[in-house]
Unconditional design. Sequence first.
Lengths: 168, 168, 168, 168, 168, 168
Amino acid sequence: MTRGFYIGRFQPYHNGHQKVLEQIACSSDEIVIGVGSAQESHTITNPFTAGERVLMLTQSLADLDCPFYVIPIEDIQRNALWVAHVRAMTPPFDTVYSSNPLVVQLFTEAGMTVKSIDMYERLTYSGTAIRQRMLDGEPWEHLVPPAVVNVIKEVHGVERLRQIARTD
Amino acid sequence: MTRGFYIGRFQPYHNGHQKVLEQIACSSDEIVIGVGSAQESHTITNPFTAGERVLMLTQSLADLDCPFYVIPIEDIQRNALWVAHVRAMTPPFDTVYSSNPLVVQLFTEAGMTVKSIDMYERLTYSGTAIRQRMLDGEPWEHLVPPAVVNVIKEVHGVERLRQIARTD
Amino acid sequence: MTRGFYIGRFQPYHNGHQKVLEQIACSSDEIVIGVGSAQESHTITNPFTAGERVLMLTQSLADLDCPFYVIPIEDIQRNALWVAHVRAMTPPFDTVYSSNPLVVQLFTEAGMTVKSIDMYERLTYSGTAIRQRMLDGEPWEHLVPPAVVNVIKEVHGVERLRQIARTD
Amino acid sequence: MTRGFYIGRFQPYHNGHQKVLEQIACSSDEIVIGVGSAQESHTITNPFTAGERVLMLTQSLADLDCPFYVIPIEDIQRNALWVAHVRAMTPPFDTVYSSNPLVVQLFTEAGMTVKSIDMYERLTYSGTAIRQRMLDGEPWEHLVPPAVVNVIKEVHGVERLRQIARTD
Amino acid sequence: MTRGFYIGRFQPYHNGHQKVLEQIACSSDEIVIGVGSAQESHTITNPFTAGERVLMLTQSLADLDCPFYVIPIEDIQRNALWVAHVRAMTPPFDTVYSSNPLVVQLFTEAGMTVKSIDMYERLTYSGTAIRQRMLDGEPWEHLVPPAVVNVIKEVHGVERLRQIARTD
Amino acid sequence: MTRGFYIGRFQPYHNGHQKVLEQIACSSDEIVIGVGSAQESHTITNPFTAGERVLMLTQSLADLDCPFYVIPIEDIQRNALWVAHVRAMTPPFDTVYSSNPLVVQLFTEAGMTVKSIDMYERLTYSGTAIRQRMLDGEPWEHLVPPAVVNVIKEVHGVERLRQIARTD
């Protein structure tokens, strides 16, 4: 049994994440997915709650041919403890897949196997770009899985983001 | 779509929990399961990490005829904020199933639908009793699902509990 | 201008507290009242929120012949920082009135003037005793100011306490 | 009995706040005033302690024709829990008055009545502008109630702000 | 270069600790000493601040024939992160010396070398017993190094302990 | 017995710090050195752990003609409590040496003696400049004591810093 680990903030979960996870799915028996900055929500860079993001991921990955776990991971603001924190919250995993330099460094220092992965078409599929489109009233729905569109509609996510972004 | 919520510490997950969840499964479209006191581990009353408990639950419920989410919930030490904390970490749910008086009170005050459930043969199926059996070297494996036996063996859970329980 | 400081948990605010504050009122120009363990609520020893306790105090002291401030003070779990914490949250005060040995010690070590006060008929007027009466269905209303009876009724405080005290 | 809620950082409390509170006073029986970011002090944007700000507010509002509560509210860094946090620390209120987009959004999502209010001549009456005037040695006293001038003088607030703003 | 690690609460530092450290000194090039529960003080079980305990240790070990580091370690309330926390706060060490079952378990699970050591005459040399003697007015000075007697006198430690132990 | 206090982040410890400490050494019997932002590591501005910084300091000061204590000080994010926090973690000191305006202000408000010191050739000896040199591959070793070069090499500090600084 091999288990891979992947972490992101998923604000929101988009097609780039989906591609990466489909790729990892081929090389592990199971995948553990961390939803990072879980305690954040209702900000311009982190509009969605951890629970909303868990929902986006789980529904979008319903057809994935690989069992997966979706685990909210709260920030602990202490890099030297972060790997221990992640490991305490998740089922044991043997390989970390990441393109984030800090994540790579921390798991490498902890002696774990880390495989560098490339984001998929990262200029197109980017949380920052999608949130900006939501703010600007431009189409964003084609950049995320259909299930994500539904979740965001149900929680009135675009309206939330726009209200938060108003100036005082 | 209806979603039920159930929370426990699952130290360890046992047949009593399994019976309750099988029962809830019949009355909801989906179940959200909170793994409470997620930050606790390596103590006599909370020997297992959140990740180990997520593993116990997910593997034991593999054949459950109802989609489910398993979400670690860290304590926040502030009862008045606890419902908001749980809701931020989980997909939206409409009904809470609980036998815990405080959980019932907090969700009721928050205006949510709470259904009281009975623990199944609670003297037999009890985390406290199972941990005591582990300490005393008595059989405990028949009180938990087979997957839980495997997880505990893999993490050397009984040895961990006994070591922690030694006096200085 | 002299300002006195008094702190309690006020679970609930009762006639003993009222007597003490009326006494302090005579010897200061203004009184600062700290509502301790402000973050606690919905437990058997701390059933009421800070806001409910602020309400009990403010309404009960409406006729006090001395301006007063009611300030929630969250615990910080570090005794060596507690005086600095209290002073940051409150208007400046010159005299501390307390019968609590730790409060006396901490303010004394900080070089402040501390006046020891006696609780008023402390066996009769005691938060513990009043909460026990609520649990036992015995009369408790005569032990607290009328405004406190109203606040507790409005928030269904007795029912809350009894529900929390039930065994699982 | 109706109670309105208003929150600000009040760094420092100024005539714009005073105008808004006088306006709210006409439409509620009582007002609950939250002193936000209560844990902050001794920074360029938050020079004053919560206690100093409580003092500014209480003394400036001495003649207000409406009972009021002034409650320090510490940040909790978790937007999804913030409304529950505020409500635990304050007497119950039914209407929120705010011009802050995030405050409006969070209380609206919590199902509360929120009334949008305009800041009063906000370019003139602005904490940022007043602090800059203090740093620049320009007159600021006419922008705040007389009681605020006194509080700031007593705590040597301008000197504190200037010292903090020096470069290392 | 080998470095040993030893941790205690040192409330207060006593001859039993001294014997153990003298023993460890023979088998390591350097010693790292953690002052545990560093955030605790002014309680019956933890009367002394971390700084006071650092002073007791450093002065008592002045003649130790082995360089040492004395590092306050705050509790983090999460056992699964505790080893990472300790290692982040201390110079790298290769061997842990401990008689505490939890410390042994946590470092062992982290893959470190742990050597079990016996407390020296632990019924005689015990923090609990020494604090009780202080409370009871019995002699305790012969149970601690002379430097500890001086530190405790300077901070009026016995008076502090007795005041804290008074009933309300 | 006089004790001086000096605090810095020491990211990394450099010759400018060394000069200042040698100067303070002449005017105190003992020196207490606080390692600030102790909880930070693995960021571009705070690459080194508290333990690594303790090591840099202790080894660089081996020949200092003055006993010293090196104490990690975690940030507490509350300026009004910071002096109490520092004092709880350190042996008692009577004089603070600092060039940091906030440190000066906080200790001054607490009524302590503060002596302003100048950083030594601060454009040359600056943590920011040294970290930038590490990133740019320019020589930095001549700006820090030899012991610091060794510590950074052993923990692969330059590689760590460069990895963290990579863009995602």
